[in-house]
Ligand binder design. Structure first.
Ligand SMILES: [Zn+2]
Length: 171
């Protein structure tokens, strides 16, 4: 019941996109992103410890809102490689042509990178060097949904403290 009371009082403050917690495996690998409520429940049950906190919010008896928690037990996760699908490539490239930054709905995929139709035709079958069309950014394997979402939240300034734990994110 006490937890319910905190939940109610915190919900008002945290309604606007805050209150998400990064969950790490016992090995410190990011596992998922959960609500602060679920994070607090895991901590109360003794299943997780808090690593990072939002000092501006108290939950109870001096405890602060957890923004990163680590499970006390190891969860086995099967290795999942993110596939190079059209959707994942567009998401990685922020839906913009990697040659001219054009953004629109009529983008195409040129090998492993996003290109607008004009650039795709201009480049043809040549390499970016041969066509003298440098890429704005070197293509890399798309991030998992978790990494993508974590990166988005870190970049937006909402959870800068997550960057310590999410590999491949540079600030
Ligand atoms: Zn273009």
């Amino acid at each position: 019941m006490r937890l319910f009371k905190y939940t109610v009082s915190m919900t008002c403050k945290l309604y606007f996109g805050m209150g998400q917690t990064l969950v790490l495996n016992a090995s410190y690998e990011p596992l998922n992103i959960t609500s602060w409520r679920r994070a607090v429940i895991l901590m109360i049950k003794g299943k997780a410890e808090s690593l990072e906190e939002d000092k501006t919010y108290s939950i109870h008896s001096g405890k602060k809102l957890p923004t990163v928690i680590r499970l006390r037990y190891y969860v086995k996760v099967p290795f999942r490689e993110v596939s190079l699908t059209r959707k994942n490539i567009l998401l990685r490239d922020n839906n913009s042509c990697q040659y001219c930054n054009y953004r629109g709905s009529d983008l195409s995929i040129d090998h492993v990178t996003t290109a607008c139709l004009r650039c795709n035709v201009q480049k043809g079958n040549r390499t970016p060097e041969e066509a003298n069309m440098p890429l704005k950014r070197r293509p890399y394997r798309p991030l998992s949904n978790l990494n993508f979402e974590a990166t988005r939240q870190i970049d937006s300034g909402k959870h800068k403290e997550w960057s310590k734990y999410v590999i491949g994110v540079a600030i």
